[in-house]
Ligand binder design. Structure first.
Ligand code: UT7
Length: 332
């Protein structure tokens, strides 16, 4: 076993300018700002507008800003992993399109589909690529243009989601920082409660699938909520416990931003005060694979080298998990 660890050495985020506030949604479906805020914690979300724009149009500025912050050239990237469920195209992978547009000529890359846990799965995969010693610079992107698969006549789902992207750079280190442990899980029987019915090989697009609104997110929210509360909290507690950490040892919880009530339940289980829980759901809603890196981006200036951080997510699949890391750098 090598003593190399994968450390996050830079982070960046991007959300489009256009906003869809709770008050805008009040005019579109039978809902209220009060209901949305009290049931989810969301106040507004950002939406990528414009013909012909896709996930890569958010991922590219996120990654370009990342490279600029670290002061490296795109040609230095070895590998780019893009977590998304709203890829630009069925194929080729959005990772390939991002690499082309940023000029990462020596990189290979691929997309990873794990819905709201996509960034966690991709981070674990990127970590292992670094630890094997062959790759020195791995970019992990989490991006989703959820507005492309949301039914804005369905008040139970359209209020939650937004568009956004975040990216981190992973590099090897022999210091006592970086990614230390992970617990990742999946349970395909969760399909029934959260999925997109058409557009895949089971139900390719037809006039009928479009007419029946089958290309949108289908979610049985209350059931998903119950699974999320239990599993996200349990796995976060488990990763803490097996690394001999108590709530007092954790500086930050970085939770998936789907519903503030799920986040609160996880923080409670871990024994964390609200001040140590990253929260930006009020501004972005649930950007699926984008939530975790967007949190790191927003809180970057408060993170110190050696901080113990737990990232946790739950989402479609079902997929869920938690990653424990020590932050690798001080604010600049
Ligand atoms: O990120 C990936 C995984 N996804 C999640 O983690 C999402 C998990 N689920 C949730 O966050 C919540 O289930 C929702 C926010 C989607 C819904 O909240 P809820 O507290 O579970 O509400 P509910 O679906 O049980 O509905 C409660 C009531 C119902 O009315 P009745 O039957 O009690 O009269 C709904 O029809 O609220 C009604 N309702 C709404 N009312 C106003 C549902 N959506 C809305 C709405 N505005 N937007």
């Amino acid at each position: 076993m090598s003593n190399l660890r994968a450390a996050i050495t830079a982070v960046n985020g991007y959300v489009p300018d256009d906003e869809l506030t709770n008050f805008d949604l009040e005019k579109m479906v039978d809902t209220t700002d009060e209901w949305i805020r009290s049931r989810t914690g969301i106040e507004t979300r950002h939406i990528l507008k414009g013909e012909g724009k896709g996930a890569s149009d958010m991922a590219v500025p996120a990654v370009e800003g990342l490279l600029k912050k670290r002061g490296i050239d795109a040609s230095e990237i070895d590998l780019l992993i893009c977590a998304t469920v709203t890829a630009d195209y069925v194929f080729p992978a959005t990772a390939n399109l991002i690499c082309d547009r940023i000029g990462a000529k020596k990189a290979w890359g691929y997309d990873l589909s794990a819905a709201c846990s996509g960034f966690l799965y991709a981070l674990e995969t990127g970590r292992r690529m670094i630890e094997c010693g062959q790759y020195k610079k791995v970019v992990v992107v989490g991006v989703d243009k959820m507005s492309s698969i949301i039914d804005y006549t369905d008040r139970t789902t359209c209020i939650i989601f937004g568009d956004g992207a975040g990216a981190v750079l992973l590099e090897p280190t022999t210091e006592e920082v970086g990614i230390i442990d992970s617990i990742l899980r999946s349970d395909g029987s969760g399909f029934d409660y959260l999925h997109q019915k058409a557009g895949g090989s089971v139900l390719p697009p037809t006039h009928e699938t479009v007419d029946n609104r089958l290309h949108y997110v289908y979610q049985e929210g209350t059931t998903v909520f119950k699974f999320a509360v239990v599993n996200m909290a349990e796995v976060s507690y488990e990763v803490m416990e097996r690394n001999n950490l108590t709530g007092d040892d954790i500086q930050w919880l970085v939770p998936h931003q789907a519903n503030k009530r799920i986040i609160d339940a996880t923080a409670n289980r871990m024994g964390l005060d609200p001040e140590r829980v990253m929260l930006n759901i009020q501004r972005y809603g649930n950007t699926t694979a984008g939530t975790l890196p967007l949190c790191l981006h927003d809180y970057e200036s408060q993170l110190k080298k050696g901080d113990n951080i737990v990232l946790a997510a739950f989402g479609g699949g079902f997929t869920w998990g938690a990653i424990y890391l020590k932050w690798a750098y001080d604010p600049s």
